[in-house]
Design a protein. Structure first.
Length: 376
């Protein structure tokens, strides 16, 4: 059995090595390192893949979220509702722009933002909702878009963990995550389902005017050199990262299929144990791309299991051990612990197992047996 990796980037690279090396060398040969042909080609190919009018590449996923909010013209003091159970980048950019983060609870099975909690959190100052498609599972976007329409709110999708996921709307149409809200964002951090070999990100929208604004923001507010029409930042996807992403994009659906297959194998072996709740999977599994495979543990010392797995050379992760509303940077007297019952349980119960495109059956067998031996 091969050594088990939490994310096996080297194994994935070996399978596409020739094309990636050739693409990177072409960028070096042309020396078009910033906004070169590879970036423009990747943008067009991503637009086609997502069936979205505009993809604006940028430097990383956190920038993508921040720039999306800047493009919408949100003002200091505006309230933005998002999930308490997620990575800090989602709330970080809200605070950086001097907007007011409003954290709400999530659902116990899908781990995504709770629809009723959103409704309760809306005030006259609310201007936007940021659903996070956590671990690769799509949030209830039809319900969120309905709330947004009723209250004249923007929806900014944090799609950093769910690139390539499909969402079936109530009318039966299927759309890609990141293209449902008014604007979407993603990260191309190396460990993502579509990852570069460094930082990278992108913003998605079907709104022509918003796309125009965002294109200026990512490039110092310039549409014409040295003419600064809007307040901007320096956030551009470099050509080498675009070259890597172009090599991987045609493989994204197969990468996600491999993750789904591994998730099913995990669940087949773990689902019947009374101390384990496996991830929720819809009928087609299209709505989950398993950026993480995350279990909930009942009546179990989660941290002891982590140590047991590590002692057997099995990496694992706890995403996330502290709710955002309890993080020192985001503590707020407005929050009531009674409003975070699910999140406060999840942070004590969740554990994420190795998940990547190179995961092999004997590794899954060993991981699951090690877990079951510990629990039994």
């Amino acid at each position: 059995m091969k050594k088990i990796q939490m994310v096996d980037l080297k194994g994935q690279y070996e399978s596409i090595k020739e094309q990636v090396n050739h693409s990177i060398q072409e960028v070096i040969d042309t020396t078009a390192f910033i906004n070169g042909p590879e970036v423009h080609s990747f943008q067009k190919e991503m637009e086609e893949y997502l069936n979205v009018k505009h993809v604006i590449p940028c430097a990383n996923g956190t920038d993508a979220l921040q720039i999306a909010m800047m493009g919408l013209g949100l003002k200091p003091g505006d309230e933005v509702i998002t999930a308490d159970f997620t990575f800090a980048a989602t709330v970080e950019v809200i605070a950086l722009l001097q907007l007011t983060p409003v954290l709400v609870d999530v659902t116990p099975h899908g781990f995504n933002i709770d629809i009723e909690a959103i409704k309760r959190a809306i005030t006259p100052k609310t201007k936007a909702i940021v659903p996070v498609h956590l671990f690769g599972q799509v949030a209830d976007m039809d319900a969120i878009m309905q709330i947004a329409e009723e209250h004249d709110l923007f929806v900014i999708e944090d799609n950093a963990q769910a690139i390539g996921a499909n969402y079936t709307r109530r009318d039966g149409t299927r759309v890609k995550t990141g293209t449902i809200g008014h604007v979407g964002s993603t990260s191309f951090f190396p460990s993502k389902n579509l990852g570069g070999y460094g930082d990278g990100g992108a913003i998605f929208t079907n709104d022509d005017a918003l796309a125009h604004t965002i294109r200026g923001i990512v490039n110092h507010g310039m549409y014409e050199r040295y003419h600064h029409d809007v307040v901007g930042v320096n956030s551009r996807l470099d050509s080498i990262q675009a070259a890597v992403l172009r090599a991987k994009l045609p493989l994204l659906d197969s990468y996600n299929d491999k993750r789904r297959a591994s998730a099913r194998k995990y669940s087949e072996k773990l689902a019947n144990h009374d101390k384990i709740t496996v991830p929720m999977i819809c009928d087609t599994c299209d709505c989950h791309v398993f950026h993480q495979y995350t279990l909930r543990l009942k009546d179990t010392d989660r941290d002891a299991l982590v140590k047991h797995l590590n002692a057997n050379d099995i990496p694992c992760g706890v995403y996330y051990p502290i709710p955002l509303h309890k993080q020192k940077a985001y503590v707020d007297e407005r929050y009531n612990e009674a409003d975070f019952t699910v999140t406060n349980k999840l942070v004590k119960e969740v554990i994420s197992l190795p998940m990547h495109t190179e995961l092999e059956d004997d590794q899954i067998d060993f991981i699951t047996k090690t877990i079951l031996d510990f629990l039994n």
